[in-house]
Design a protein around this ligand. Structure first.
Ligand code: PLP
Length: 445
């Protein structure tokens, strides 16, 4: 009996300790954290430098309400982040998580429109599938049926365009015509909605849980930037999962020439040490809002000094340890090894990703791209098989959340080749057991 409740999962082992890429339960069983929790623990567990920075801050103060005090920790982290953003994005608004960061980005965009006489703009175009958070505002711009459908009557419907899933549509992701094809859907949607009604376009630069590490096709990012600029639509980059080095650069969107107007971050920023998120905006958006009385939005824990001290230490560790470069190197190795597994295990229909945001997707048939029957609950079964072998990976469904099982393999950015070997060995053994089970059930019908 537990008084806690979350989703539908049964009981789990009790966590005892975690260090680097490993975690131990109270029975002494060791797990390799192959998903960094939920793509959170980018610098690994129990980093001594971060713990020391937190202890130091705790000895001074753990809370100073933002309307009563400024804190050194939040000033320093804001200045550090501003230095890591694309030019112009130098205004930072701290929050405690990804959904809060997304809400804050949406609301700043709207507040800017109101402050600049563009009241008619309120629609935020996003993509489907996508995941932007569980609060009602963030959920309204999410495309993932199992999470959105029960709450539809409570949300403002927002326009969606398809995520650029070239691999499913049989298109070549390396062909610029593919990027143009998907990006032009944004222009068509803006025109259909009425350009004066569209406030922003919100995307994950590399898809996270809902699409399974979907990398945009050639030319897509540059073209959506152009389209947004042409119609006065703000580009909001949801870097909650891709930020803080995950894809091999500090922001996922740094890989392309598509500088956003607003960035939202969380997960790897607090890296599992503290609840922390940030919305970082171009100064030109913030100035008119402040001039007209200030941003009508905020959370009690914003800029919490303990969270910011930890976040600053995390970002410093990413730089000092060269973790973006390691994510690129180890990500390339991991992706190549996953492709090796695809050759061996026919149920893997696609392997994709960037840096250490990688995934593979199960298919019943590689040619037709048919998914495994949803009733098999393949993604959860695979996660359980890997977990039993001491390997933690993360899964979701890539076809609007209802079928198309994918597994995210996203270890902390501190991984080395020995860890990658261990991950691949765990996956290989789990895939062998999984294939036997699935084939037996498919045969039985
Ligand atoms: N945006 C993206 C891309 C995410 O992956 C997530 C969480 O998985 C969120 C927003 C919401 O973040 P949180 O769960 O911290 O509220």
């Amino acid at each position: 009996m537990s008084n806690l409740f979350y989703q539908a999962h049964g009981r789990k082992p009790v966590l005892d300790q975690a260090l680097g890429v490993y975690m131990w339960d109270q029975d002494g069983k060791r797990y390799l954290d192959g998903s960094s929790g939920a793509m959170v623990c980018n610098i690994g567990h129990s980093n001594e430098t971060v713990l020391t920075a937190m202890r130091r801050q705790m000895e001074k103060s753990t809370f100073g309400y933002r309307l009563h005090f400024e804190t050194e920790a939040s000033e320093q982290l804001a200045s550090k982040l501003a230095g890591l953003m694309p030019e112009g994005l130098n205004k930072v608004f701290f929050v405690s998580g990804g959904s809060e960061a997304v809400e804050s980005g949406l609301k700043l965009a709207r507040h800017h429109a109101v402050a600049t006489g563009q009241d008619s703009r309120w629609k935020v175009i996003s993509r489907s599938p996508s995941y932007h958070g569980c609060t009602l505002g963030a959920l309204a711009v999410t495309g993932y049926a199992p999470l959105t459908v029960p709450f539809e009557p409570m949300m403002q419907a927002m326009p969606k365009i398809p995520a650029p899933r070239a691999y499913l549509d049989g298109l070549d992701a390396n062909d610029p015509a593919t990027g143009q094809y998907y990006a032009d859907m944004l222009e068509a949607k803006i025109l259909a909605e009425g350009p004066d009604s569209v406030l922003a376009f919100l995307i994950e630069p590399v898809g996270g849980a809902s699409t399974g590490a979907l990398v945009p096709p050639e030319g897509y990012m540059e073209r959506i930037r152009e389209i947004c600029t042409r119609y006065g639509v703000l580009l909001i980059m949801d870097e909650v999962m891709t930020g803080a080095g995950r894809t091999g650069s500090f922001l996922g969107s740094d890989h392309w020439q598509a500088p956003p107007d607003i960035v939202v971050m969380s997960k790897g920023l607090g890296a599992g040490y503290v609840p922390l998120g940030a919305m970082i905006a171009d100064e030109r958006l913030v100035t008119p809002v402040l001039e007209q009385g200030g941003f009508a939005h905020g959370f009690t824990y914003a800029g919490n000094p303990l969270a910011c001290a930890a976040g600053l230490a995390v970002v410093n560790e990413i730089e000092i340890q060269g973790l973006c470069a390691n994510a690129t190197r180890m990500g390339d190795t991991l992706l190549a090894r996953l492709k090796g597994l695809m050759q061996k295990h026919e149920l893997i229909g696609d392997v994709r990703g960037k840096g250490l945001l990688t995934a593979f997707e199960f298919m019943a048939n590689r040619d037709s791209k048919a998914p495994l029957p949803a009733r098999l609950n393949a993604h959860q079964r695979f996660v359980d098989l890997a977990y039993a072998r001491g390997l933690i990976v993360y899964s979701r469904r890539s076809r609007d959340g209802v079928e198309g099982d994918h597994i995210l393999v996203c270890p902390p950015l501190i991984v080395n080749t020995d860890h990658i070997d261990e991950i691949i060995t765990g996956l290989d053994a789990s895939l062998t057991a999984f294939s036997q089970d699935i084939h037996a059930e498919l045969k039985a019908g």
